[in-house]
Design a protein around this ligand. Sequence first.
Ligand SMILES: [Mn+2]
Length: 326
Amino acid sequence: MKDNQTQIIKKITDILSRYSRFLLVVHQFPDGDTLASSLALFIALRSLKKEVVIVCCDDIPAPFLFLPQVSKIKKDFLQGDWDAVLILDCGDLRRTGFSQRLTNFARHKRKLINIDHHPKNDLHKVANINLFDDKRAAVAELVYEIINGLGVEIKKEIATCLLTAIFTDTGGFMHSNTSPATLELAALLLRRGARLRAITQNITGSKSLSALKLWGKTLERLAYNKKYNLVYSVILNDDLRECNATKSDVAGVINLINTVPDARLVILFFQHSEHEIKVSIRTEAQGVNLSRLAGIFGGGGHKKAAGFCVNGKIFCKKEKYTIETV
Ligand SMILES: [Mn+2]
């Protein structure tokens, strides 16, 4: 680990040890890393008798409802007298859903802490302390070091959270971000009682009927663009209602589409609100940097998995889909 990083971790653990009131912010459309890393830190801080609130502006997707302490996550928070606010796994302030309040906090209290591993992280412009390392498979790897620095013993609950975060961000240890250090940490967490079977069952082994119907629709619409060697599909707003599905049921279908061999790029357009389309992109191709591509459209992510939003509407005519942006 870099010296500089050791110092920043020390700075963060000093703040967490010295003060007592903390807010943990989970990003919108929460994934396993932001949720479970935040929960791990939440549990660690609670064990030190700290006052901690954990917040996420969106609903928690069903596959993560098995996580320990997940019911403690609040939908909103009061302005509150926080000693520090920590944002985990979030490259962009807007993704918190609370940009204005957090900007104000950073200006006045000067203890907004940004812990992230996305190659493009804009949050550092606002945050006062930045722990950032894009070599980490998951933010959980950084959180593990913070919890260690706090001197909190890692038991079953924390271990399960950290392993969930690592498991989801590495696609079940299948993505190229899985390093020897990632697997060593996973092994350590297993020894500390992490519930691997609960993780795999909940995350990869269970899909609701509604989610499968929605995936069916999405797969049926798959199209191939020969010129750019890309595979894409669309999900309309009405689809959710017709399948009785929720927004979080969309998660994961893009990874299934991304199994098409040799496709240079895979895109999923999801009309997630009346005027906004969420665009998810994936690749397995060498030399393609999706973090940069998403950045052009004001989004972000990782080299092989990224996303962004555009204002617009998807139209369907005779099974042809067009997008009108505004
Ligand atoms: Mn992550």
